[in-house]
Structure formats: structure tokens, C-alpha cells
Write a protein that binds this ligand. Sequence first.
Ligand code: GUN
Length: 281
Amino acid sequence: MQLIDGKSLSKKVQANVSTEVEKLKREKNIVPGLAVILIGDDPASHAYVKMKGKACENVGFYSITHNMPDTISQDEIIATIKMMNDNPRIDGILVQLPLPAHIDTQKILEVIDPTKDVDGFHAYNVGRLVSGMDSFVACTPLGVMKMFEGYDIDLKGQDVCVVGASNIVGKPMASLLLNADATVTVTHIYTKDLKSHTLKADIVIVGVGVPSLIKADMVKDGAIVIDIGINRIADGSLVGDVDFDNVSPKCSFITPVPGGVGPMTIAMLLSNTLKSAQRRA
Ligand code: GUN
């Protein structure tokens, strides 16, 4: 069993981004800029946004966070996004999800200028991804692809089971895998027999937010298991969606939580924001 070390891989990505930022500053006098919109006081969202801001600082980006109360109106959020669309210092706009129940998430995401949509959530970018065209791609699934690349894992013809069909993770993950010539099964909460699908797969990718959903009897020997879940359990520790202790001995490769996909998500956000700034240059 080999651990896929997202922490060290993300450091390499960040080092590359830093080098490119230096070059952009030197040659074009451009500093990549990221605007984050954070609504409400969900502790997990605050923690993620803090990490994103710190990562921006580390690679030399300009970054701003718009912190708004969860009583804010949809129109006020839209006005803020439009301001960021028109701000030439901003290359990337990220609205931290989930949004409060009274806000129409899809409507908000569609206001973001697709050329600044570094989260890859705008329908323009989703459509381009599905069509196999160059686009901004959601950071978590893009980070998973970077892990496969970093560990020389060839996806062509592999049977991959994606557990979870969210717009943020499962659906873009499935598109990326299809584009890489894998055979993809996507399961979700209405799937009748989850185990029958995961057990057949060469690669299982799970991101649903259910601690220890994937048990040892659900994966075949030699499987590659990618755990996107980050769950805080009663004792305060962080665990993934995979029963790591029992599943890992069966795997050829597995990602840990923490230190797996999480750091890669942030690295891809930096990478996407840099890409946007390079286009501007
Ligand atoms: N909430 C959970 N994951 C993400 C993400 O990748 N981007 C944004 N904007 N919100 C999230």
C-alpha cells in the first residue's frame, strides 16, 4: 500500500505557482488577485476561507475576503460580485459554499464572470468541461486528477466508481475521468446497492461527507481509493469517508485524511487563479 501524499504534492504545485507569480510581477507588473465572498458564520467555511487566504499570501497573490452576514440579500451579494467582475486587480472570484437557504446558489454562481470563475462552477465552464474543452475546473476534482498524474496512475480503460454526485465534486470528477478515457460509474443517495459498484471498481473516489462510509468489504484487493471527505467527529478529530484503518491494507494507493485531497484543492485554486492572471497578461 502506498500513501498518496497530497501535502507534499501541493507544496510542489505551490512552489511552481510562486515562481510563475514572480515572473508575472517582473515581466508584466501583474499581481494575481483573488476575491473570496464568505457569507454567514459556518465554522468550517470560515476555516476553509482562512486557509485559502493564507495560501494566497504564501504565493504572493493579492487577496480580499468579503465577509457578509447571513441576513444579506441576494441582490447585495450580486452587486458585490459585479463589483469584483469589473475590478481589474481581481483575476479570480470565489463564493464559498454552502450559501444560506434564502439565497439561490445557482443564480449567484451565474453572475460571476466566467473568465474569473476560478472555482469552475459557472455553467459556461461546466459546459466546456463536459465537452472536453479548456475551462476552469472545480478545484477538488482537479486536485484528484493532479494526484493521479503525480503518481503516474494511468486512467485509460480503468473502471472508476465516483461515490457522490454533487455539482462541486462528483459531477466534474466524472467528466474529468471520462475525458481521460476511464469507464465511470457515479453513485448517489438513491443508488440501490452501493457495494456492488464500489467492489467492481479499480479506483474508488468518494466525497459525500459520511464518516467511514467505505468499508473494507466494499473495495477489491489492489484498488486505488481517493477520499475527498472531511468530517469532524465527536472527539474533535478529522476523518474522511473511508474506514482508513481497515480499507488501506487492501489498497495499492490510498489518500489519507487529513493530508490528502484537502491540500490539493487549495493548490488548484492557486493554480486556477494564476491561469486567469496569465490570460489577462
Ligand atoms: N465549499 C466546499 N468546497 C468548496 C469549493 O471548492 N469551493 C467553494 N467555493 N465552496 C466550497
